[in-house]
Design a protein around this ligand. Sequence first.
Ligand code: PMP
Length: 294
Amino acid sequence: MLIQPFDDRDGYIWYDGSLVEWRKATVHVLNHGLHYGSAVFEGLRVYDSKAFKLREHSERLLKSAELLGYSIPYTADQIDEATHEIIKAQSITDGYVRPIAWRGSEKMAISAQHNRIHLAIAAWPWPPYFAKELHEKGISLRLATYQRPSPKTAPTASKAAGLYMICTISKHEAERDGYHDALMLDYRGYLAEATGANLFLVIDGEIHTPIADCFLDGITRRTVIDIARKRGIKVYERHILPEELAKAQEVFLTGTAAEITPVGQIDGFEKPFIFKPSAVTHQLVEDYHQLVRS
Ligand code: PMP
């Protein structure tokens, strides 16, 4: 299947306050975001023309930038408004929104205190992240070589572009070996998350999920915790050792793109861990799909 490259499409992108023709929404090669990893971004889904959890995403974008030491020159209200504008301009019914902020080109050095902060928001139609048939069997994960770093090593609570370097390497390694995604441990050896989604285990009808103390506390993660608690399912946020995967009957990932994606197999440890998406996962998937369109 030929996918139209992202820099060669029709439509508009919201860019520093105005709508710019899609192909003209460019940056100069000499910009701080590209060279020194000063970009932060978001990913939102649009369901029935409405951006799900828009305010949470706009606030997280602002916080991500603060954690990198800069301030995006728009308020959450203005970012929400700009997002509405681009969804409308692009006529998106079901799709994806990608806001991104970065330090510009005034100074090309590690120190770039006064570089202009840019913000762009793109939106496009987008199908589900993982194929539907995989929802029945679950996807396969392979243990990643890299671990999520300590919050003393990197600004781990920021959705910073630079933190995705180890995610892309890990995901590529997993794909090369025939897996759908990689499972990352954290710097202490606890279970952390996949390369772009949070991790949940179902053990005897109860839910266990790693504490988000060194990786992104996903907005979907928090939504799913709420849904589960509303259903009367106990949810434990705690440090989880990889060997505890042996006790889990069901495992799933959560994320804006992944939504709730069941996991069928995890490899890379002494023996493979096998799971079967069942009652708890199915219930949450159903509840989540209802919620996003309510
Ligand atoms: N972890 C990582 C590394 C991610 O990229 C994402 C996707 N944004 C998540 C977790 C899930 O976050 P959310 O539910 O807010 O999309």
